[in-house]
Design a protein around this ligand. Sequence first.
Ligand code: GLU
Length: 263
Amino acid sequence: MNTVKEAKRIVIKVGTSTLTHHTGKTNIRKMEKLTSVLSDLQNSGREIVLVSSGAIGVGASKLGMKKKPKETDEKQAAATVGQCELMFMYDKLFSEYGHVVGQVLLTRSDIEDPERNVNLTNNFEKLFLYGVIPIINENDSVAVDEIVYGDNDSLSAIVAKLVNADLLVILTDIDGLFTSNPQEDENAHIIPVVEELTEDIMALAGPSVSKLGTGGMVTKLQAAKIAGEAGIDTVIMNGSDPTDLYKLLDGRQIGTVIKASKK
Ligand code: GLU
């Protein structure tokens, strides 16, 4: 089976750098494109779950913070404000295409606690039944060190596992996993398919170059590992043109597909 093409339930993770300008303000053009593509995919019978970052970045800009905050309380204040704006935008944009969205904010303890985990799973199943597009973020306004995921890459893989997704797609600001750093090596090229996430592949991940996002390639590969162990393939691809998602799901070669270790 071509898991990518035939995937029905798809978790799509979008990072701060895709959703915002360098100013930290929302990139309306990109958000419009993304919501239009996701709406159409939902219309075609797929079940979309969006894991969206951006709360801290958008909130920091809204609160007039000069730089991305580092202290927990500042991050929390920014996230509290930014999450609200993000959901306002998503609600507005998705409803233009007739879709209903719902917000789910999670912390590590919500997933690890067996009772909450069951409640969450039940909630998601109901949301799918009603055709709602769930939009997930970490609950940054309550998260403290021991309960944070810290980056939404890991969170997206945990969510993919939780909802029993067929595919995890991580949209980022680079085209996929490269053989070496494309900014330093002109011979660097994308690895289209990773059959097995070996130590050598993990070592290809350099540090993050994005100023606003939290993760880098390392956290994306870690996410692919979590998803892969749950039997879910992961695609890492550029989010700058969300219509590439159509190409991906039409079976074309886009980004890097990391095959699940367990099927
Ligand atoms: N939860 C954070 C936010 O919404 C994002 C974490 C990440 O960038 O991975 O700002």
